[in-house]
Design a protein around this ligand. Structure first.
Ligand code: ADP
Ligand code: MG
Length: 707
């Protein structure tokens, strides 16, 4: 019997036919040991019994054929480009493969070579051809189904060589342990690990390869979820939290003082959070809600629940502008609220909200630090400046982290450690825009989740237009002018120039001057960007809030938090440079009041809508639902960007995809909860425990497996 970690101890050089040259080639593909090798899964399979014959290929369709090279010719085109033309024959007909700018193909594919070609078939001068197809050298492989391994060609290896080493590794491994209890295997109708490991490499049929994939993808997701669930349980069970009072008078007064009634979703979220916070263990909850769904009110209720019992709250935002915005918003939501004063026992004092960022001056910082320690600051709002060692609280009871994907797990942990003594404060993480459910389960899998799935009533959906070409752009500026005439305001967002000159975006200040003298002449045009001194930024925002500015030309610093209900037009220049989430967030700056609003996306006009940028902009025009857009985003960008390497075990995802395997992610999470809760510390599941230990680093190992 063999476990996966055991295979990691066997270097590939111990396999037949792996000399130093092949060892280097394998290393260039990230394969150093036998575990790497057996988890280097085929990219696809060629089924010899049902493969397409060249004679049957249909023009315009993608196809895969196995054929033998009959003639190879290389030359240069009149423009000087290298052109390699290869004629292949499979017994039914001829196919020409044409390669541009890949002169090495002539050497790779000499006459007599057997190769698998994958690509789109078209016809050139009456003959079938593929242009720049994907090529795999199969060599002399027998067998009905041939696995095709990725990356082999770049490393100068043939797919059959890799297949041979994999086969040898499988023979050496003999039987693979199965870490999943039989009970779950039966319930989920999953094949065994050992069968799966063999069948994914040497399947008896294409159907068998699919079953094998299903099982091994599940295993990857299960390992990841087990780590997350163990982390979650470790934090919950070992940490002592503060038993806050749920639904106290302070929260009640706050709710009664709001100028609107809470939505049902907000009320439910606040209740759920109150239940967490009044429990013995610290809260670790994720609050997901679309732009404008009213997350701030929920966050403030959580902070007040801490303040209620004489503790403090902290709100951490990813940028200074956002921290400043939160400070302004929270201060105004809390204005007039009082808390019992310790000095004068009989009277109340105003609740105190303070701001701490890197811009806070030394003297003010010192004052603040003292006030945090003596407890006269109730709620502290700031950037990661909150994480510095010098910031200490008298009794930090609740932390809200406006995550925006920018803080890591470690930073969250640092704030958590700022609680009183060994007590861990309650933590609420907010996302600025929704992320798909499966991604949330993975990126935030150590947290509980609350979804604010409802918008405050009375919002008129924002009309979004993708303005392409000068005519349409002209109508955008007409709209800005007519809205300003009607007493409304507008934003114009232009991308910030990055250090590199290659980024061809125009700087915000140039654009402000240009617009003020052209399209927007006669209007009061303001400027806001991240490089401005804090005072100027505040002045610019104040002027806009006071309606002394009609149009605010800004960089993405206004992306989040800005809340001016009178603004009804959002113009995003070079919108094709932005991602879906960012555009949705920018659009969320309008449509916040009772007036009808518009969002105009400029740029990306050369595309026909089929480009990546075109698909992003098209999605925004079609939908205003952040959860729906998050799914599109995942579809377009893949999971890499969402997952990053932030999650332990994420790099273990070789087969599984958050995109394609949504149900499998949810199932793996369910199984992980079951296993971890029935077998704390994975005692009784030695095979699974061994795999998990292998995946996580030492710190995590101690944390997760402490007994
Ligand atoms: P986000 O979830 O994007 O952070 P905010 O908390 O900024 O949303 O709220 C968006 C706007 O909706 C704010 O102007 C806020 O005052 C308002 N708002 C929040 N809750 C309600 C409600 N229940 N009814 C009406 N307006 C609300
Ligand atoms: Mg608690």
């Amino acid at each position: 019997m063999t476990s996966l970690p055991h295979l990691a101890d066997i270097g590939v050089e111990r396999l037949n036919g792996v000399g130093s040259k092949n060892q280097d080639a394998l290393a260039s593909m990230g394969i150093e040991n036998v575990l790497d090798l057996v988890t280097h899964y085929p990219r696809r399979y060629l089924d010899r019994t049902s493969q397409a014959a060249i004679a049957d290929l249909v023009d315009g369709q993608e196809a895969m054929v196995l054929a033998t090279v009959r003639k190879t010719a290389g030359r240069r085109t009149r423009q000087g480009r290298s052109l390699v033309e290869i004629d292949l024959f499979d017994g039914s007909s001829y196919l020409r493969a044409t390669f541009f700018n890949q002169p090495w193909r002539a050497k790779q594919l000499p006459e007599g070579t057997q190769a698998i070609l994958f690509g789109k078939v078209d016809r050139f001068r009456g003959r079938r051809q593929m242009t720049n197809p994907v090529v795999d050298l199969v060599g002399d492989r027998t067998g009905r189904i041939i696995p095709v391994y990725p990356q082999s060609e770049k490393a100068g290896l043939m797919t059959w060589q890799i297949g041979g080493w994999v086969a040898e590794s499988l023979r050496r491994a003999q039987r693979f342990d199965d870490p999943l209890p039989q009970e779950w295997r039966d319930r989920l109708d999953l094949v065994g690990r050992d069968w799966a490991m063999h069948q994914i490499h040497e399947p008896d049929s294409i159907a068998a390869s699919k079953k094998a994939r299903q099982r091994l993808a599940f295993d990857e997701l299960l390992r990841l979820q087990v780590i997350l669930v163990m982390r979650k349980r470790a934090v919950e069970q070992d940490a002592v939290g503060i038993r806050h009072q749920a639904d106290g008078p302070l929260v009640g007064r706050f709710r009664d003082g709001l100028p609107f009634a809470l939505t049902a979703a907000q009320a439910a979220a606040i209740a759920e959070i109150a239940t967490d916070m009044s429990g013995p263990h610290p809260m670790h909850r994720l609050l997901q809600g679309d732009v404008g769904s009213g997350k701030t009110v929920v966050a403030v209720a959580a902070l007040l629940t801490a303040v209620e019992g004489g503790h403090q709250g902290a709100l951490m935002a990813p940028t200074e502008v956002l921290a400043e915005q939160h400070h302004a918003a929270v201060s105004s939501l809390l204005s007039g609220l009082t808390v019992p004063s310790e000095q004068t026992l009989l009277s109340d004092r105003p609740l105190r909200v303070a701001l701490l960022t890197n811009r806070t001056g030394a003297a003010e910082r010192a004052r603040l630090q003292a006030a945090l320690i003596d407890g006269t600051v109730d709620i502290l709002i700031g950037t990661h400046a909150l994480l510095t060692e010098k910031v200490a609280f008298r009794s930090l009871g609740c932390v809200v982290i406006d995550e925006q994907h920018r803080f890591g797990v470690e930073q969250r942990a640092t704030l958590r450690e700022k609680g009183p003594g060994l007590v861990v404060p309650d933590v609420l993480v907010m996302t600025a825009t929704p992320i798909p459910r499966t991604a949330a389960m993975t990126v935030y899998g150590d947290l509980d989740t609350t979804i604010l799935g409802e918008m405050p009533p009375g919002r008129i959906p924002i009309t979004t237009k993708w303005a392409r070409g000068p005519l349409e752009e002209a109508s955008v500026w007409d709209r800005v002018r007519s809205e300003v005439e009607a007493g409304r305001q507008a934003y114009v967002v232009c991308p910030l120039i990055e250090e590199s000159e290659r980024v061809q975006a125009r700087s915000a200040s140039e654009e402000r001057d240009r617009l003020a003298n052209a399209e927007l002449s006669g209007l009061r045009v303001g400027l806001l960007h991240g490089q401005m001194p804090a005072k100027e930024k505040e002045a610019a925002m104040d002027s806009f809030r006071a309606r002394d500015t009609d149009v605010l030309v800004a960089t993405t610093v206004i992306e989040v938090g800005v809340d001016v209900p009178n603004a009804t037009v959002m113009v995003v220049e070079d919108a094709d440079r932005f991602g879906i989430a960012q555009l949705h967030q920018l659009r969320g700056r309008v449509g916040r009041g009772e007036h009808r609003s518009w969002c105009y996306l400029l740029g990306g006009g050369d595309g026909d809508g089929d480009t990546d940028a075109g698909q992003r902009l098209g999605a925004l025009v079609r939908s205003t639902d952040g959860f729906e857009l998050a799914e599109v985003d995942l579809e377009l960008r893949g999971e890499g960007t969402i997952l990053g390497t932030r999650q332990k075990g994420a790099t273990d995802l070789k087969l599984a995809s958050l995109r394609r395997d949504k149900e499998l992610v949810a199932t793996a999470r369910e199984v992980a909860f079951d296993l971890v809760d029935r077998h704390p510390g994975l005692v009784g599941l030695p095979d699974l425990a061994q795999e998990i230990r292998y995946l996580v680093d030492e710190d995590d190992r101690d944390f997760l497996f402490k007994s």
